[in-house]
Design a protein around this ligand. Structure first.
Ligand code: NAI
Ligand code: MG
Length: 338
């Protein structure tokens, strides 16, 4: 029996969470949910987008499912990542059948450092003698500890998942000290895996191009916070959009799983939300909990519904509602579990 913190959030976050709990309930696995409030509505009601009560729920459960927040997203998700030291952000980039993927043969994963780099948020104004703002500075922080931790995570991930190559991405030719340290850390860790896993490194600008010209050559990409943010959205673009991209935020002891998309106010309440990204995030959670059988059943079910392409939401070219697509996935689960 696992205890799962469930934070639906705002807008379609709630809709795709309902759909996901519905499919999880049809698997033969015991999950106990603890619901927590977070996001815009929560802020309106309680004055805070992420109340202490919600943080406490997340900290006493085995894993957390998060839907999406609206305008308060940064207050919620960035804070949760920090509070729980969720240092690795995993974004699988995978082509699914029956979707508008630009490439139909992709299956790689981006491992993004989640705690430092350019996103520490240490910014300052630069002012002239009269006190007028004439510029701004931002600090980039790189530590050996965090760089080696994320690179180790990437190589361990590669080993466990039968991946063959890890690509380190940086800009060490210009940011000689900070990105230089990241590159050095990458090769320090790569050395421990030299007989099993290939290691290569590229500058981020070249990587941005290779992702368009030969994306199928990537396997595991490990990179810093800012570059990981940008490259993973590029990756989402390669495989057909936001309704399909799950993610995991992993720490030493805790983990949080969420779709990459937001609360989508433009389609909220219209029954148009594609539940796939949230359901794929739940599959990543099942794998994290070592519930591999349940993960496989759910994965097969969703693949079947996507590849048939008959009962899918409008963003996938269909005309079914969120709940119709959810029922179709549940029917596939039932067929496998018979
Ligand atoms: P968004 O991801 O909510 O929506 C972008 C576009 O993709 C919209 O046209 C939307 O209808 C469509 N879309 C997204 N998910 C979909 C799904 N599952 N099925 C079908 N269509 C889908 O991003 P946007 O519009 O930039 O932001 C809306 C709100 O969400 C903002 O308040 C933003 O702050 C918040 N946000 C929250 C995030 C989080 O909680 N992690 C992440 C990104 C944005
Ligand atoms: Mg982003």
């Amino acid at each position: 029996m696992y205890k799962i913190a469930v934070l639906p959030g705002d807008g379609i976050g709630k809709e795709v969470m309902d759909a996901t709990l519905d499919v999880l309930d049809s698997l033969s696995i015991e999950l106990e949910y603890e619901f927590g409030e977070a996001g815009d509505e929560c802020k309106e009601k309680n004055g805070k987008a992420l109340p202490q009560k919600t943080i406490d729920i997340v900290k006493k459960t085995d894993a957390c499912l998060f839907g999406a927040a609206g305008e308060t997203a940064a207050d919620v998700i960035v804070r949760l990542r920090r509070e729980m030291d969720l240092f690795a952000n995993l974004r699988p980039i995978k082509s699914y059948p029956g979707t508008n993927a630009l490439f139909d043969n992709l299956d790689f994963i981006i491992v993004r450092e989640n705690t430092e780099g350019m996103y520490v948020g240490n910014e300052d104004w630069v002012k002239d003698e009269e006190g007028d703002i004439i510029g701004a500075n931002a600090e980039q922080i790189m530590t050996k500890a965090a760089s080696e931790r994320i690179c180790s995570y990437a190589f361990e991930y590669a080993k466990k998942n039968a991946r063959k190559k890890v690509t380190g991405v940086h800009k060490a030719n210009v940011l000689k000290k900070t990105d230089g340290l990241f590159k050095e850390s990458f090769y320090n860790i790569a050395e421990n895996y030299k007989n099993e896993i290939e290691a290569e490194d590229y500058y981020v600008d070249a990587t941005a191009m290779y992702l368009l010209t030969r994306p199928e050559t990537f396997d595991v990409i490990v990179t810093t916070n800012l570059f990981g943010d940008i490259l993973s959205d590029e990756g989402a673009g390669l495989v057909g959009g936001l309704g399909l991209i799950p993610s995991a935020n992993i720490g030493e002891e805790r983990a949080l799983f969420e779709p990459v998309h937001g609360s989508a106010p433009d389609i909220t309440g219209k029954r148009l939300a594609n539940p796939t990204a949230m359901i794929l995030s739940a599959i990543m959670m099942l794998e994290y909990l070592n519930e591999n059988k349940a993960a496989e059943i759910l994965n097969k079910a969703i693949l079947k519904v996507l590849s048939e392409g008959k009962i899918v939401t409008e963003d996938l070219g269909g005309n079914s509602t969120t709940s119709e697509m959810t029922i179709a996935i549940k029917n596939e689960i039932d067929a496998q579990q018979k």
